[in-house]
Design a protein around this ligand. Structure first.
Ligand code: S3P
Length: 450
């Protein structure tokens, strides 16, 4: 990762056609949760298809520091020998979560109700991100947090010695915050209740139920009311991680905008709380079909087939769909730049506090490459130039953000002139095989001299 290493400048140029199968890695959200819940169960959890990106590897290292035995058996198969709810030991050193907001926020929740102290840090991107959204609700359990001004990392968490259960309404649509409170609730007596007004990804709820916790979700006028009974004995599981829809988004979107393409992306998790991008693309006129729809390990799964779609139209993306495609707006804006007409994206304030300010990062890079973008605090509008009509020709900054780097490389594959990113190294956090996978489909990407 570039916070610890050398930047990797990269360039993509007009490519095509993209053809073949794209086997993308395991789901990042489910991979983090498999390791953390495995560490909180008693006995051996077996995980196959784990994403071996840097974000998840950092969570594996953290779980070892909290006392779990985490073993890599090769080929994506890992085992976790858990210490049970309330069984974490105190880490002997600072926990470095690298680039991962999900990693640090879930870990803070998981240790918050154990009588131990842990200090968390991350890379330059993570250390700028807001943590009060997690430490505020954790304080209700009796947890104390001491961080830098503005609630930033590095931060020391003093777990509650005598935790009380909590009822908390999540003020922002965030699965990380919801999950941190649920994980903290595991080691509090009684019932912890989390209420979310907008549905966010529900992997934590599904997996907690799978591990044997008593958890229920009721849809009420207040929103989704999730009730968890504290102090369960979690039972180890065998988990097959579905492939990540957020990674699938890159070869899918590339196929739609690169002339002559026909790409199959097999075994993609299509949990409705994650699949908003694919609905949006279909509304824009994408030739995108779900083949072989089935259920695996409690999650809907399908093979995605994406073909070149020369007549894409800009649309207004419904704001109530934002949570189900929050990580996909950067690459959607690249498709929007290749569509006819404007694509309007509203209700997306959360994009400003991701690995980078994603509205700002995409808007500035698209402008440099000849695309008109307007933006405000929680909205942005991309003026489509039509298929293959983006001028390109500029170098953009990835701001230590994997999804910004990959989105601009996809842009370059369909633009008139090449598009470069100053640093592609963050791609390794979530999609370490991005370059060989895209090259095998026929993409022209190269590493430049640093
Ligand atoms: C994630 C939740 C989302 C998402 C992130 C993964 C998770 O973040 O952007 O990539 O696994 O819970 P927020 O909770 O900040 O919306």
């Amino acid at each position: 990762m570039s916070a610890h290493g050398t930047p990797i400048p990269m360039t993509a140029e007009r490519s095509g056609p993209l053809k073949g199968q794209a086997h993308v890695p395991g789901d990042k959200s489910i991979s983090h949760r498999s390791l953390i819940l495995g560490a909180m169960a008693v006995g051996e959890t077996r995980v196959s298809g784990l994403l071996e990106g840097q974000d998840v590897l950092d969570t594996a290292t953290a779980m070892r520091a909290f006392g779990a035995e985490v073993t890599d058996h090769g080929a994506g198969v890992w085992t976790v020998n858990g210490v049970g709810v309330g069984g974490f030991s105190e880490p002997g050193n600072v926990i470095d979560c690298g680039n991962s907001g999900t990693g640090v926020r879930l870990l803070m929740g998981a240790m918050a109700t154990s009588p131990i102290v842990a200090t968390f840090t991350g890379d330059t991107s993570l250390n700028k991100r807001p943590m009060a959204r997690v430490t505020d609700p954790l304080a209700l359990f009796g947890t104390q947090a001491f961080g830098r001004s503005g609630g930033r990392l590095p931060m020391t968490i003093l777990g509650a010695t005598d935790p009380v259960p909590v009822r908390y309404t999540v003020p922002v649509p965030s699965a990380q915050v919801k999950s941190a409170v649920l994980l903290a609730g595991l080691n509090a007596p009684g019932e912890t209740v989390v209420i979310e007004r907008e549905a966010t990804r529900d992997h934590s709820e599904r997996m907690l139920a799978g591990f044997g916790a008593e958890i229920s979700t009721e849809v009420t006028d207040e929103g989704r009311v999730i009730t968890l009974k504290g102090r369960p004995e979690l039972k180890p599981q065998t988990i097959v991680v579905p492939r990540d829809p957020s990674s699938a988004a890159f070869p899918v979107c590339a196929a739609l905008i690169v002339e002559g393409s026909d790409v199959l992306v097999p075994n993609i998790g299509l949990n409705p709380t994650r699949a908003g991008l694919f609905t949006t693309l279909q509304e824009m006129g994408a030739d995108l079909v779900f083949e072989n729809l089935r259920e695996e390990g409690g999650e809907p799964v399908a093979d995605l087939r994406a073909r070149f779609s020369p007549d894409l139209k800009g649309i207004e993306v419904p704001p109530d769909r934002a949570a189900s495609m929050i990580d996909e707006y950067p690459v959607l804006s690249v498709v929007a730049a290749n569509a006819q007409g404007r694509t309007v994206m509203r209700g997306v304030k959360e994009l400003r506090v991701k690995e980078s300010d994603r509205i700002d990062a995409m808007a500035s890079g698209l402008r440099l490459n000849g695309v008109t973008v307007e933006d405000g605090p929680d909205w942005w509008i991309v003026e489509g130039r039509g298929q293959g009509e983006v001028p390109g020709g500029a170098q953009v900054q990835s701001h230590l953000d994997h999804r910004i780097a990959m989105s601009f490389l996809i842009l370059g594959m369909a633009s008139k002139r090449p598009v470069s990113v100053d640093d592609g190294s963050p791609i390794a956090t979530s999609f370490p095989i991005f370059e060989p996978l895209m090259e095998a489909l026929g993409a022209h990407i190269k590493r430049d001299e640093a």
